[in-house]
Design a protein around this ligand. Structure first.
Ligand code: C5P
Length: 225
């Protein structure tokens, strides 16, 4: 069973994917963490992030473990817990270098497929999961929300983590990421042809989860455990 959830930053994919996976009793894969890990590894090495060859080398060499934890995902990079560090605004802002490189994407797509094979049944979220990485997925979703709501959610999240930023500042960063996500030639952000579109603006996570579960039940017969 493979369920993909794609969509722009702040659409609620991570929480939705985690909650859906937990409701169905299956695994959860956050593919943004793979791009963030490459970015962080290159930043730590002091490498020029616009050097795609260097970034691809980091992608090939990194030892990345994604461990499900209650309320989140443990990310272990080369033996060190970087779960918090990969979520900082600096990494978010710099991730477009890795995301925009066809060479890096090639390595990470293979890594994601390998993780998927090991997981067996899983919900995966990102930008290209239904289009490129798992085109034969059983159910594909495309989650979106208005830019102002996405900025508000992201700003709340940053405040909780002690990195307060105004919704206006976050909105600009989000619009910039939307543009680079949609414009890249490899793995651009777009809904798969057979994706179910959901707009989560104004919805609680409970509403979104119920709607996701309803679609999964209708299409596959799988129920919440
Ligand atoms: O989803 P998240 O914000 O953690 O993703 C971090 C970055 O990785 C995003 O800016 C996005 O461009 C990129 N990404 C991607 N393809 C994916 C997942 C994330 O290009 N499947």
């Amino acid at each position: 069973m493979v369920i993909t959830i794609d969509g722009p930053a702040g659409a609620g994919k991570s929480t939705a994917a985690r909650r859906l996976a937990s409701a169905l009793g299956i695994a959860f894969l956050d593919t943004g963490a793979t791009y963030r890990a490459v970015t962080l590894r290159a930043m730590r090495a002091g490498d020029d992030l616009s050097d795609a060859g260097k970034l691809a080398e980091h992608a090939r060499r990194m030892d990345l473990e994604l461990i499900p934890r209650s309320g989140g995902l443990g990310v272990i990079l080369d033996g060190r817990d970087v779960s918090e560090e990969i979520r900082t605004e600096t990494v978010s802002r710099n991730a477009h270098h890795a995301a925009g490189s066809p060479e890096v994407r090639g390595v990470l797509v293979e890594l994601q497929r390998r993780i998927g094979r090991d997981l067996g049944n899983f919900v995966t979220e990102g930008r290209d999961q239904g289009t490129v990485v798992f085109p034969d997925a059983d159910v594909k979703f495309y989650l979106d929300a208005s830019p102002s709501e996405r900025a508000r959610r992201r700003s709340d999240e940053l405040t909780l983590r002690g990195e307060p930023a105004s919704p206006q500042t976050v909105l600009q960063a989000i619009l910039a990421r939307d543009e680079s996500d949609a414009a890249r030639s490899v793995g651009p952000l777009r809904p798969a042809d057979n994706a179910i579109h959901m707009d989560t603006t104004g919805n609680s996570i409970e509403d979104t989860l119920a709607e996701l579960l309803q679609h999964v039940r209708t299409r596959t017969g799988w129920e919440a455990v």
